[in-house]
Design a protein around this ligand. Structure first.
Ligand code: IPM
Ligand code: MG
Length: 345
């Protein structure tokens, strides 16, 4: 029996995790697949319970599980904490070795009008961001004094190479195009990034169309011509920023799922959105990002494409039937949206 560790976390994390767990129970009911599910504290919730954002017991459970689902971490309540809730998530990504963060962007039928972009720009958008997740400025040395602060951005060629391989391989199963995003005009890591990606392309993926784009230009192209992109390959922080921008094009960050994979089977699966403390505990969150992350967990983490496809179809159908949470301009709550999706699985 496959085991799944659930880490609900903070803010709306527990609400959207409950939706994902309900979907998992439905998968058991419909497909006869049993899962061993456990739940563990992370982030602010873990700081409150144990004093640490990633308690040893949580990490142990995640490393032992076949796949890990995470809701969200963080919130203003822990701003002054000795260790921030986000540290728990970063330490977990590092310890699990999940260097490839995959963030697909799909446009659901009927949601074209929820996008801030004109419908003719949104039509045909179908892209996926491959974000390097365990290196760069997130993990470099930091210095924090009263009048001075510094964040280092280190990258080794092999850290760039392994995410590049993932992105090129991903493009082979899609439209065969990779846009590699860096800041090579200013950053040394950007120049290394560009050299490594070019070398891997030339040696292994000549069939893929590769272009290099500076991150500032990419931020602009994403809103001017998003349908032109297939696979976007980028480093940790640029991927964080561009994936929020990209998710808005689909109508709401509340819809966006992600998979974080390493060289071992399994992985870490989490919605792209954060803990949204302003709406936490009010049944206002959109559970779709979490539910689609669970679908990615089943397909990419556990090798179960059939239930995953059924979940995606159910979400698509629910949206096509007009269901709208607050972020999509409607008034449906998290629970009502979840139940509508469950009924269609
Ligand atoms: C994300 C989030 C995280 C990140 C935060 C919560 C640390 O913004 O997954 O995109 O910056 O990676
Ligand atoms: Mg982010």
């Amino acid at each position: 029996m496959k085991s799944i560790a659930f880490l609900p976390g903070d803010g709306v994390g527990p609400e959207v995790s409950a939706s994902a767990m309900a979907v998992l129970r439905k998968v058991t009911e419909r497909f006869g697949i049993e899962f061993a599910v456990s739940s563990h504290p992370i982030g602010g919730a873990a700081i409150d319970a144990t004093g640490e954002p990633l308690p040893a017991a949580t990490l142990e459970a995640c490393l032992a599980a076949d796949a890990v689902f995470l809701g969200a971490v963080g919130g203003p309540r822990w701003d002054g904490a000795f260790q921030r809730p986000e540290h728990g998530l970063l330490a977990l990504r590092k310890a699990m070795g999940v260097y490839a963060n995959i963030r697909p962007l799909r446009i659901f039928p009927g949601l074209m009008m929820a996008s801030p972009l004109r419908p003719e720009l949104v039509a045909g958008v179908d892209l996926v961001i491959f974000r390097e997740l365990t290196g760069g400025i997130y993990f470099g040395a930091k210095q924090e004094e009263s009048g001075f602060a510094r964040d280092e951005c280190p990258y080794h060629a092999d850290e760039i190479a392994r995410i590049a391989h993932r992105a090129f391989a991903g493009a082979r199963g899609r439209r065969g195009r990779v846009a590699s995003v860096d800041k090579a005009n200013v950053m040394a890591t950007g120049r290394l990034w560009r050299r490594v990606v070019s070398a891997i392309h030339a040696a292994h993926y000549p069939d893929i169309l590769l272009e290099h784009i500076l991150v500032d230009a990419m931020a602009m192209h994403l809103v001017r011509r998003p349908a032109d992109f297939d696979v976007i390959l980028t480093e940790n922080m640029f991927g964080d920023i561009l994936s929020d921008e990209a998710s808005a094009i689909a109508g709401s960050i509340g819809l966006a799922p992600s998979a974080s994979l390493g060289d071992r089977a399994g992985g870490l699966f989490e919605p792209v959105h954060g803990s949204a403390p302003d709406i936490a505990g009010q049944d206002k969150a959109n559970p779709i990002g979490a539910i689609l992350s669970l679908a990615m967990l089943l397909e990419d983490g556990l090798g179960l494409p059939e239930p995953a496809a059924r979940i995606v179809d159910a979400v698509s159908q629910t949206l096509a039937d007009g269901a709208r949470t607050v972020d999509l301009g409607g008034n449906w709550g998290c629970r009502r949206m979840s139940e509508a999706i469950l009924a269609r699985i």
